[in-house]
Design a protein around this ligand. Structure first.
Ligand code: HEC
Length: 101
């Protein structure tokens, strides 16, 4: 909760939000490749690292925002490896997560 607030504030201070002509299909491909080791990345997948929130859970949070997730992914927090995603990739991943709302 605290982090989402910080995120929201960071977003508002961020002058150029990513262009969200995002591609959720590419996002799913990226998620399976880069994120599935820790996260449940789809409704079908089972089993995960307990600490990492499943993407369907992230998507259904009341404060979920595609922009916030895309922004979050560009600046990974310490528990996640720096995946050096491009803005387009981060937006695609966020768009993919949003499909699970
Ligand atoms: C090495 C394990 C690992 C990998 C790989 C990983 N994550 Fe995470 N992720 C975590 C953990 C652990 C958390 C929870 C950290 C926390 O609450 O501090 C997290 C949290 C998140 C969150 C939730 C942030 C929030 O608001 O609670 C999102 C969204 C997320 N990851 C997306 C991704 C995406 C997209 C990828 C692939 C590009 C990815 N993660 C790859 C471990 C990982």
């Amino acid at each position: 909760m605290k982090r989402s607030l910080l995120l929201a504030q960071a977003l508002m201070a961020w002058p150029t939000a990513p262009a969200l002509a995002a591609d959720p299909v590419n996002g799913e491909r990226l998620a399976r490749r880069w994120c599935a080791a820790c996260h449940v990345v789809s409704e079908k997948q089972t089993g995960t690292v307990s600490e990492a929130p499943p993407f369907p859970v992230v998507a259904r949070r009341p404060d979920f925002s595609e922009r916030a997730v895309a922004f979050f992914l560009l600046d990974p927090h310490p528990k996640m490896p720096d995946m050096a995603l491009t803005r387009a990739e981060a937006a695609d991943l966020a768009a993919y997560i949003a499909t699970m709302k």
